[in-house]
Ligand binder design. Structure first.
Ligand SMILES: NC(=O)c1ccc[n+]([C@@H]2O[C@H](COP(=O)([O-])OP(=O)(O)OC[C@H]3O[C@@H](n4cnc5c(N)ncnc54)[C@H](OP(=O)(O)O)[C@@H]3O)[C@@H](O)[C@H]2O)c1
Length: 245
């Protein structure tokens, strides 16, 4: 626990649109949140200010998660501040379209190193702390239903998210029973106008529940996994049934 007796969460990507909502909800469950930011200093500062209203010992650090040395430094700072780690939410992610014939090595490295390599080394650092603790802790990765679809124009991104889903299972097996490891895969979330290439009406045709998701749908799933004690190695699609097509 922290000085105030709260559980502690390490989160990457808490300066993101959905990420900041997740961080605030985790804090609302009684956690102190230590999070990384990369380029979004202003948004990170706003998130920290909001977090500290409910969770005064929360803190943030700049970190490029595509660089394992920076991840190690962020965890070094984490260890200076806190004595335990109850939850990792690995949410940092890079996302942009890449037409297959034009994908460059820079695109590949930027997307795959941030999303897949970065998530792997973040999970490895977190598991190093968690496996020595005498209580159950949790890792939740953030992926995307596109990991199981064949999207045009997003090969490095979708491959990276598919890789994270596989890592989720590998870590779940390796660190059972001490660490529960699961993934949340959002479908189309309404906060992302323009993220998809198809107009919203077209997208909704492919969603059995006939609507896009709300950030709260993702938050509720994270909160459910934070309470669950008998689920590990799962990927939960939060997609209104989109994967049924
Ligand atoms: N929102 C959706 O509709 C949706 C759908 C499917 C999947 N997801 C997944 O849900 C998660 C959260 O989504 P979101 O909407 O919050 O994403 P977002 O708004 O795009 O934010 C991305 C986050 O990742 C961080 N990041 C990017 N590159 C980084 C790097 N090299 N090092 C460290 N941090 C880096 C960003 O930090 P800075 O801003 O500080 O640079 C930001 O906090 C992501 O994993 C995303 O793939 C979201």
């Amino acid at each position: 626990m922290t000085a105030s007796g709260r559980k502690v969460c390490f989160m990457t990507g808490a300066s993101g649109k959905l990420g900041s909502e997740i961080a605030l909800s985790v804090a609302g469950q009684g956690y102190t949140v230590f999070f990384t930011w990369h380029h979004g200093e202003e948004k990170a500062g706003e998130t920290l200010e909001r977090l500290r209203w409910v969770s005064p010992e929360s803190a943030m650090v700049q970190c490029d998660i595509s660089k394992p040395s920076e991840i190690a430094a962020a965890f070094g700072r984490f260890r200076e501040l806190y004595e335990r780690l109850d939850l990792l939410v690995a949410g940092a992610s890079n996302f942009y379209p890449t037409r297959l014939p034009e994908v460059t090595e820079t695109d590949w490295d930027s997307l795959v190193d941030t999303n897949l390599k970065g998530t792997f080394f973040t999970m490895q650092e977190a598991a190093g702390i968690m496996q020595k603790q005498p209580f159950m802790s949790r890792i939740i990765t953030m992926t995307d239903i596109s990991a199981g679809l064949v999207w045009k124009n997003y090969a490095p991104y979708t491959v990276s998210k598919a890789g994270i889903q596989h890592l989720t299972k590998i870590f779940a097996r390796e660190f059972a029973p001490r660490i529960l490891v699961n993934s949340v895969a959002p479908g189309t979330i309404s906060m992302y106008p323009g993220r998809e290439e198809e107009p919203e009406e077209k997208l909704i045709e492919k969603i059995p529940l006939h609507k896009t998701g709300d950030p709260l749908d993702i938050v509720r799933t994270i909160l459910f996994l934070m309470e669950s004690e008998y689920i590990t190695g799962e990927v939960i699609n939060v997609d209104g049934g989109r994967m049924l097509f």
